[in-house]
Write a protein that binds this ligand. Sequence first.
Ligand code: BG6
Length: 495
Amino acid sequence: MGFPKNFMWGGGVSANQFEGGWNEGGKGISTSDTMTAGSHTSPRRITWKNISTGKVGSVELSFGNKKEFLPEGAIPTVLEHEYYPTHIASDFYHHYKDDIALLGEMGFKTFRLSINWARIFPNGDDCEPNEEGLKFYDSVFDECKKYGIEPLVTLSHYETPLNLTIKYGGWKNRECISIFEKYAKTVIERYLGKVKYYLTFNEINAMGMMPYMAGGLIDFSEQAKAQGVHNQFVASAKVVKLAHEISPEIKVGQMLAYTPIYTYTCDPLDQILALETMQKTLFYSDVQTGGAYPKYKLKEYERNGIKLDDCDEDYELIKKYSSDFLAFSCYCSSTITTHNELSENIAGNFSMGVKNPYMKTNEWGWATDPACLRVALNSLYNLYHKPLWIVENGIGWDDKLESDGSIHDSYRIDYLRQNIQSMNDAINIDGVELMGYSMWGCFDLISSGTGEMKKRYGFVYIDRDDKGKGSYNRYRKDSFYWYKKVISSDGVDLE
Ligand code: BG6
């Protein structure tokens, strides 16, 4: 029992974590360019300046509950003597030909990458796009074509042109809908015949936890986040509409961060906690893939006095132009309980909750859960009955480069083997419709949660450290050869 012949095996990256060339080729500044490096224990920070006083500083880019806010009158900015890990990132900007050749060597069918919005519209609201930026992605897609690789393009992966944050307050402003629509139209028309699959917003549910990264917001109020994501829903529906008008061949997906929830105890209160925690995620797919706001969210908005700046047409668009497929990221499950005293707390990016005694975790607290993909695939397929695509799954590890240029990452092979088996079960035992699997991040890149390089995910090792020092040479890890075998055997040979 293998995988379908047309299964889209591949891997993915995002522009802000992989591309670099942050101030080259006419690119404007993105929100992600203002984020410093952090670690598992010390959060990344957003640097700011106050235009009238000249004062500079930084605030914590925290997940979940915000502790610090930008001071009155301050705007995010790039400071001269600060180090920003994504400015060079893995330098795909100057290595893309060799990098895509490596993907070709592995037999990739698809490469998920994002377009850096500020490379196309440097200020977001420019009248004309930046031709040099458009040409760069033309060359990238041409290289993909050479190796028969289908690009899967995310239009916005955790970066917004900084000017949109400063001038409009980011996605909480409805102006962003038409600005994004113009950007999407420019890109989809330009790459017609080169790109067939798009995702609108990476992990759209990140708006709730990381509003600066997900929506360019510096106002972290519940009202601003609700409006921000409403505007993204409407923008996504408009992109589905315009993409289908440009070509019915083009498919536009939603991208959701999905983490199966397990309860630590059988206490009924733990089940209610699980239900409410899951609603926090499913709200986003209920709207973007299901086509309507769920009642539980409307009740919550009513209770909390949240009022959207909306109109009837928004809801018609959301209903009529829901996503063609549902793409999601899933790394592991989260175990939660109302009895926190029973187990050690763990937290990291989307993996929250308590330690599950049945699972091993990595240095960053992320667990390996062999069942998580089968659980996720069944849950999502049974809710929406739309094709699914796993666009992020993988494991970050502090890999060691040996003196002979080899990297022995058996832990990654073990993790992937179990996850691919879980996916196989969902297809062959449960009949889930799965379009493809895109391992994250197929090359080592900057961790979005911590800003580190040492949290390495790739099949390909990139020689640079947490401070940006290194040769930037590329090395094949053991998992590179293993994945090549997996692809060429259509997922049958997992040894
Ligand atoms: C997802 C993001 O949340 O998780 C990626 O879409 C990110 O951008 C990935 O890199 C892994 O998280 P981290 O924090 O290890 O980079």
